[in-house]
Every structure is written in structure tokens, then in C-alpha cells.
Design a protein around this ligand. Structure first.
Ligand SMILES: [Zn+2]
Length: 313
């Protein structure tokens, strides 16, 4: 385990917001289950101590697993259940792309990099819509899945990948920033990779798009310690305010910030509800299966997920 200072302001002055729910071993070390880092893992309610910075308000896991162990875990993760959920992801990303194009403009072969693209579902949809789309992903298994579909996905992270600066018009991070060990450095790297503004040509700077969970949302506040996104694999819990401040510190200007939900198939949704509240979810999953509704797709928006669009300035 490692103790870290606040990633937003550098202070070391926190208050515990959600105490650790993972049992400590007699040697003082917390046991950790690597599979808890798979995208579809249902470790709701199982997390290390979550603190809030008294100086700037950033909420984060502290102490946490050593950064190198977290990165190694993401390189090794395999997640076949994610493949089964492809249809839900396709619908979600189709819906994400529309407002993105409203802000960024028509693709016209503009270049886009999806950071933490996993099996490349968003890369594939963006390419189909006319974007010159690229992906970056640490999981070797997920990169193989993406490359088998003919997608241009590079294995690695923003720190390790050899990408040319100022080459992309858009960098997207869907449900990724809350998993990163150094989100501020990642946003600085995204800034470096995005095209520079060119006032003489009347061109604005490149656009970063960040979709994440909102610790300050009404639903999160109502749920308190039972908010399902309090999970071991989430190391940062942003609010609209803390994400805005971090983006500004990294050289961005926020264009818009809006709640944005997702689509899930009913079978998968009930499976997740079952992991959270077994006595409700398990019977509901059986009913959904009996009625052959598992593949029906439903929109889910509890207001606790949001997307921020910010321009390089
Ligand atoms: Zn702080």
C-alpha cells in the first residue's frame, strides 16, 4: 500500500469520508483481489479508505495499492464478460458520440485518441462515423481483441506510449480517469497530444472529453456509503468542481459539463443489481431470463455520471 498526497493541490491534509470496508490481515496488509480491477467486476461496497482533501475538496483512495501494482494489474486484466456486454456499450458510445460531435464539429477525418479504450468499442464507432480514430489501452488481452477487429489500438498508457505531440483533434477518456494513479499527469499528457490553438487560422485548440462518476451528485449524496461506485478499482472520485479545477491547472478551458448516463442490457443490469442487493436482483434476473428480456437494452441515468468537454488553451 502507498500513501499519496492530493493529486489536485499537493496538500497532505485529509478527512476520512468513507472508512475502509476491506478486512485487514493480521500483518496489517490489505488483501487484494486482482480481478477487482476488471471492468465488469461487481465489487460494489468493497474499497480501501476514501478521504477528502481539506484544502481543495478532492476525494480519493488513501492509502491505496502501490501505483506500479495497479498499472501491472490493468496490463494483465482479462474480462470476457465485457465482450458479452458489447451491445450495451455500442449503444452507450453511439449516444456519447452525438454530443461530442456537436461540440467538436463534424469528423471530416479529424483525428481522435480514445485513452483506456479497452476492446476498442468507441474507436470502432468513431471510425465508422468518419473519425481518424486511434485507441490506447494497457490490457494486453483487450488490445488483442481490438486489433483482431482491425482497429488501430496501441498497447500502453499515456506515460509509456510513444505518441507524437499536438497530433490529435480530440482525446476521449470514458470511465477511465477515476482508475488512474496520477490523473493530473494524464491530463497534462492529453494536453501535450492535442493540437495547439491557431488564432491566425481562427482554429481553437484540441478537445479533451472526460466521462466519470460524480461524487457530488444528488444520487451519490443520498446513497452515502452505499453508493455503488465506491469500489476498490476507483482511486479518484471527482465532482464537477474538482475536475474543472484540475483541467484548468492542466491548461484547459471547460466548454461544458453535463450528466450523461449509459445503456445496459436488462440481463446484465439485473446481474449487477444482484451483486449489490441479492434479494432484489437475483429473483429479478430469473424473471427477466424467463420472459426472454435479457437482451433488451434500457437507458440508465441516475445523474451520477457526467461528461466534461474542455479545450486546450
Ligand atoms: Zn487537495
Amino acid at each position: 500500500m502507498e500513501y499519496v498526497h492530493c493529486n489536485l493541490c499537493g496538500a497532505d491534509n485529509t478527512v476520512v469520508r468513507y472508512p475502509c470496508t476491506i478486512e485487514e490481515r493480521p500483518d496489517g496488509d490489505h488483501p487484494s483481489d486482482w480481478s477487482a480491477y476488471a471492468c465488469t467486476h461487481s465489487g460494489y461496497g468493497r474499497h480501501h479508505t476514501i478521504v477528502q482533501c481539506r484544502e481543495c475538496g478532492l476525494v480519493y483512495t488513501n492509502p491505496r495499492l502501490d501505483s506500479h501494482d495497479i498499472v501491472d494489474t490493468y496490463e494483465a486484466v482479462e474480462d470476457p464478460l465485457y465482450l458479452e456486454e458489447r451491445e450495451g456499450r455500442v449503444l452507450t458510445f453511439e449516444r456519447h458520440l452525438k454530443p461530442l460531435e456537436r461540440v467538436a464539429g463534424a469528423p471530416d477525418s479529424c483525428s481522435l485518441l480514445d485513452v483506456g479504450c479497452y476492446t476498442g468499442v468507441f474507436v470502432e464507432i468513431a471510425a465508422r462515423h468518419g473519425w481518424d480514430a486511434w485507441g490506447l489501452e494497457p490490457s494486453r488481452w483487450a488490445v488483442e481483441q481490438a486489433q483482431a477487429r482491425g482497429l488501430r489500438v496501441v498497447q500502453g498508457t499515456l506515460d509509456t506510449a510513444d505518441l507524437t505531440e499536438a497530433q490529435f483533434d480530440v482525446v476521449t477518456m470514458w470511465d477511465v480517469i477515476e482508475h488512474l494513479t496520477d490523473p493530473r499527469e494524464a491530463l497534462k499528457q492529453a494536453h501535450r497530444l492535442l493540437r495547439d490553438p491557431d488564432p491566425a487560422e481562427g482554429k481553437s485548440g484540441g478537445l479533451v472529453v472526460v466521462h466519470t462518476i460524480n461524487i457530488d451528485s444528488l444520487f451519490a449524496r443520498l446513497m452515502g456509503g452505499r453508493w455503488p461506485w465506491l469500489m476498490e478499482m476507483h482511486v479518484y472520485y471527482f465532482s464537477r468542481h474538482t475536475l474543472r479545477v484540475m483541467l484548468e491547472k492542466c491548461g484547459f478551458e471547460v466548454v461544458s459539463a453535463k450528466p450523461q448516463g449509459r445503456y445496459l442490457r436488462l440481463g446484465y443490469l439485473m446481474n449487477r443489481v444482484g451483486a449489490l442487493v441479492p434479494f432484489v436482483g437475483r429473483p429479478a434476473e430469473r424473471i427477466v431470463t424467463r420472459l426472454r428480456l435479457r437482451k433488451v437494452t434500457v437507458p440508465i441515468d441516475l445523474g451520477d455520471l457526467f461528461t466534461v468537454y474542455a479545450r486546450k488553451v
